[in-house]
Write a protein that binds this ligand. Structure first.
Ligand code: ASP
Ligand code: MG
Length: 409
């Protein structure tokens, strides 16, 4: 009965791609005559935010189950409008919400994880010659309640469906042409990357490039789903996310990314060495604070100074915890800096080349950019700089690592 699967393609359209009736009609035109498809849609652009605002105007602490019941409507609107439009064009189509598509999740409302997909209904629809239009971002828990997968979760739905349906490819349609070597708003000569590895994409996605939900990339990697990101509005191949082995040329640097939503906390002169440091970080972990970069910034007379970064949204809580701990530990001062940016240089080729750090510091020294923290992985170097240097750092590093012909001085 699985005769439809070998040539099936899953196509997902994000919020701006279905942001108006005209755009929904345009999406329908892209689907006509394209063979066997399963389509996944987001809510119309801004709709999920609007629904969340409605919820918070009722109560500051809405019940998560009800929030999911509310948010689920956003994707249902686009799924049924797109199905209607296709049917009016003589194309067989049928909308499916998360439960009808049999996307099972755990019961963690607003951050549910997919536990399984029973593809029988979708395959039956495809076998009837229909295009199933599935709501992204939602599933159903064992109680039959609607759950949602976290903001931006339609990408996860699309890749998970592609894996479950054994689709040949998963195409993510969005409002940009693909993944760029850096933010084109800052660096006009940013390049559209034709191919990038899963790991690079994960680094870029979690470091701030918002093109794909990181969990969708994990799914694509784990289930070997060929994945491409491309524009709904401009024709083009987009960016393929491929296994590293398939990258013919392994660029030392594929992309430069940045984020400005972190807070740095510095604790100076903590007595008690590693035991005290441990106490601080254990407490932070116990209270659910995600610590990102860490650096020990000095140590003298048995006292240590240490700095770390957390997301801005956890900054206040983290500071409170650290201040309490420091009072107990008699550390002399705590300083907070929100005027920072984290700039990261990412590329699988770093595994095979030396000298990336040397080049990076050469560029930063030439531009007079101070760095207060560094963290590295096999395929990434991240630096923390004062916010005012963020754009300069991104531009200078992009020029140095990604522009082949550099301008003569
Ligand atoms: N509509 C949801 C959101 O805005 C899910 C998505 O678009 O991926 O977060
Ligand atoms: Mg998205």
């Amino acid at each position: 009965m699985q005769n439809s699967t070998p040539v099936l393609i899953v196509k997902k359209f994000g919020g701006t791609s279905v942001g108006s009736i005209e755009r929904i009609k345009h999406v329908a035109s892209l689907l006509q005559g394209k063979g066997k498809l399963c389509v996944v849609v987001s809510a119309m652009a801004g709709e999920t935010d609007r629904l969340l605002k409605l919820a918070s105007s009722v109560t500051s602490d809405p019940e998560p189950r009800e929030v999911d019941a509310l948010l689920g409507t956003g994707e249902q609107v686009t799924a049924s409008l797109l199905a209607m439009e296709l049917i009016s064009r003589g194309v067989k189509a049928r909308s499916f919400d998360g439960s009808q598509a049999r996307i099972s999740t755990d019961g963690i409302h607003r951050h549910a994880k997919i536990t399984g997909i029973d593809t029988s209904e979708l395959l039956a629809s495809i076998d009837r010659g229909e295009i199933p239009i599935v709501t992204g971002f939602q599933g159903v828990d064992t109680k039959g309640d609607t759950t949602t997968l976290g903001r931006g979760g339609s990408d996860i739905s699309a890749v998970a469906l592609a894996a479950a349906l054994k689709a040949k490819e998963c195409h993510i349609y969005t409002d940009v042409e693909g993944v760029y070597s850096t933010d084109p708003r800052i660096v006009p000569n940013a390049r559209l990357l034709p191919r990038i590895s899963h790991e690079e994409m994960l680094e870029l996605a979690s470091l701030g490039a918002k093109v794909l939900h990181p969990r969708s990339v994990y799914f694509a990697m784990a289930y070997k789903v060929p994945l491409v990101v491309r524009s709904t509005f401009v024709e083009g191949e987009g960016t393929w996310i491929v296994p590293e082995e398939e990258l013919m040329e392994k660029p030392i640097v594929s992309g430069i990314t940045y984020r400005t939503d972190e807070t740095k906390i510095r604790i100076a002169k903590v007595p008690g060495g590693i035991e005290s440091i441990k106490r601080i970080f254990v407490t932070l972990a116990e209270r659910g604070i995600f610590v990102d970069m860490i650096s020990q910034t000095g140590s003298s007379e048995g006292k240590t100074s240490i700095s770390f970064t957390v997301l801005d949204e956890q900054g206040k809580d983290a500071l409170k915890i650290v201040e309490d701990a420091c009072r107990e530990l008699k550390a002399s001062e705590v300083a907070v800096d929100t005027d920072i940016a984290k700039v990261s240089v990412v590329g699988v080729g770093m595994r095979y080349h030396t000298g990336v750090a040397a080049d990076l510091f050469t560029v930063l020294a030439r531009e007079g950019i101070e760095v207060s923290m560094i963290s590295t992985s096999e395929i990434k170097v991240s630096i923390l700089v004062p916010r005012k240097y963020c754009e300069l750092a991104v531009r200078a590093l992009h020029d140095a690592f990604l522009v082949e012909v550099s301008v003569e001085k």
